[in-house]
Ligand binder design. Structure first.
Ligand SMILES: Cc1cc2ncn([C@H]3O[C@H](COP(=O)(O)O)[C@@H](O)[C@H]3O)c2cc1C
Ligand SMILES: O=C(O)c1cccnc1
Length: 350
């Protein structure tokens, strides 16, 4: 779908479904709002689905996979070859995120958005064999960025068609904390060193080099910070672009999309920058330990459900939210109301 058409069909969450869902929570025989954000999450999903009786029986994890040309500058501990190897492991359900997804019954959809060699991934949406090195010029053309965004949007509509009712985001792309930090620094107008961390592992000297490369890449590309697609195409990656499309697609197709860690947060920032209405359809999960994770969550204006020092990516943080939502929804659907068990919640003890 053309991304502008997707933006046009985004309607705000359903106020009536939100009010009915809240009423049901408040009628359940327990202290008011005592499940806190777990209640809020179900309310948000009801608003998105447009009905009070929601289901979370079909869960998907979309993992956008792509390579980054900037890896040749020594900004990451691993070689680019790792992207393809780990991405192919997703097919055998043999990665951290896949094992966690299997445990909680979520289906995994790895997508080759731009891995730098041919892969066995069934979802081949390759825009190119990796991006260009941002130290010397734009990562991709504006047209390629839009093409990747549209892959993300189409992916969500296909999953909706298959009956999925919630989507977790994940990514695999060696070097993508560098591109995410570059995008974040420009869009939030923050110094590079404030939003740059060690990614999947770097020495202190390596971190200094990474910061310097990002500074120079920003200087070289002169991105327009008020134009998120310009920033994305000059400094981002095909994984981030595809993920921005998944967030936009979630709002257009009315499916909640869950943020993972630092990289998916950068993608969410871009999506919200393109269309602020997307915000209401996004759910946070954890707060990444990566430098900049907390800053990005705060900047977007979201509170994490989970704080446990994760910083792995692949969607590991995002799917960690699923069992919490399952438990909350079970209470929401199954528990007796004050009326049913004849308790007056506000009756003082005698
Ligand atoms: C074996 C391995 C598996 C991973 N799974 C996720 N990531 C995570 O690390 C990468 C980003 O870190 P950086 O920017 O420092 O390269 C991404 O692929 C992210 O998903 C991995 C990284 C490695 C090495
Ligand atoms: O925050 C994340 O998701 C993250 C951090 C470091 C490396 N990979 C992913």
């Amino acid at each position: 779908m053309n991304y502008k058409d997707a933006l046009k069909i985004i309607e705000p969450p359903d106020k009536e479904a939100i009010a009915l869902c809240k009423k049901r929570w408040d009628s359940i025989a327990k202290p008011l709002h005592s499940l806190g954000k777990l209640e809020d999450g179900i309310i948000q999903i009801a608003g998105i689905a447009g009905k009070e009786q929601i289901d979370l029986d079909k869960k998907a994890l979309v993992i956008m996979c792509a390579d980054n040309g900037v890896v040749e500058e020594g900004v990451t501990q691993s070689s680019s070859q790792v992207t393809a190897i780990v991405s192919e492991n997703f097919i055998d359900m043999n990665s951290c995120a896949c094992i966690m997804a299997k445990q909680i019954g979520a289906a995994v959809f790895p997508i080759d958005m731009g891995i730098n060699r041919d892969t066995k991934l069934p979802n081949n949406k390759k825009i190119a064999y990796g991006t260009n090195n941002i130290l010397y010029g734009p990562a991709m053309t504006r047209q390629q960025a839009i093409q990747a965004i549209e892959v993300g949007i189409d992916t969500v509509f296909e999953l909706k068609e298959k009956g999925y009712n919630i989507i977790a985001t994940g990514e695999m792309g060696i070097g993508n904390t560098t591109t995410s930090s570059a995008v974040t620094s420009v869009l939030l107008d923050l110094p590079v060193e404030m939003v740059t961390g060690k990614g999947a592992g770097l020495s202190n000297a390596g971190l200094e080099r990474k910061i310097e490369v990002i500074r120079k890449a920003i200087e070289r590309n002169k991105p327009h910070k008020d134009d998120p697609i310009d920033v994305l195409s000059k400094l981002g990656g095909y994984d981030i672009a595809g993920l921005a499309g998944v967030f936009i697609g979630g709002a257009a197709a009315r499916i909640p999309v869950v943020i993972d860690g630092f990289i998916t947060l950068a993608a969410a920032l871009i999506a919200i920058g393109i269309e602020p209405k997307v915000y209401d359809f996004i759910m946070p999960s954890h707060v990444s330990k990566e430098n900049g994770g907390k800053i990005l969550l705060n900047a977007i204006g979201m509170q994490p459900y989970i704080t446990c020092d994760m910083c792995l990516g692949e969607g590991t943080g995002a799917i960690t939210l699923f069992p919490l939502l399952d438990m909350s929804l079970a209470v929401y659907k199954q528990m007796s109301t004050f009326d049913q068990i004849k308790i007056d919640a506000y009756q003082p003890l005698k």
